[in-house]
Unconditional design. Structure first.
Length: 185
């Protein structure tokens, strides 16, 4: 079942976000172990008005619990949604970085897609993406975009099969990513 997230899902959301981010999560908290970032993402997943908020997340849940997440928001809102997170990690963890913009106005940005390790290969990621795209058909959005690591050809293939195309490359937090988009029709 796919459903919108609620604040009490924050602990499970945090683990799935970390599973997708790994080294990026480590950079945010200044620790080599990405699991040290779980409290950070749990905190923000439970709050409204930020890029990791439950408000921006759909969950895939089966009999074993929450096993997949997809998060996204209007690219025009990136600065507004990112500001509380950046302020918090600067004060709490001493983060001094200035992340490059992941998105821009004119696209609905899919920030994170994650499926639990023991549930991968079952089509959950595809179901989450398709569900989000279906929801976007009833909105003003005409494009959805995401970043995929150049080192992740399996994800790139999945997104291509779902109608995403590479539109350019982007640098983000020390890595090179493909910026992919699909038209919402």
């Amino acid at each position: 079942m796919i459903r919108p997230a609620i604040p009490t899902d924050a602990a499970q959301i945090a683990r799935l976000i970390i599973h997708a981010m790994e080294d990026l999560a480590s950079k945010f908290v200044g620790q080599p172990d990405p699991l040290k970032a779980i409290p950070l993402f749990q905190h923000f997943a439970a709050l409204p008005g930020n890029q990791y908020s439950y408000e921006n997340i759909l969950l895939y849940e089966d009999e074993s619990g929450i096993c997949g997440v997809i998060s996204g928001y209007d690219g025009a809102d990136l600065d507004l949604l990112r500001a509380p997170f950046l302020k918090y990690i600067a004060l709490t963890y001493g983060f001094k970085g200035e992340p490059e913009d992941e998105t821009q106005p004119g696209e609905y940005y899919i920030d994170c897609i994650s499926v639990a390790a023991d549930k991968q290969g079952q089509g959950i990621g595809k179901k989450l993406i398709n569900s989000l795209i279906e929801q976007l058909k009833t909105t003003k959005h005409t494009k959805a975009g995401l970043l995929v690591s150049k080192d992740n050809p399996n994800a790139e293939r999945l997104y291509t099969k779902l109608g995403f195309q590479i539109v350019n490359e982007r640098q983000f937090m020390g890595g090179t990513y493909y910026h992919m988009q699909c038209l919402i029709q």
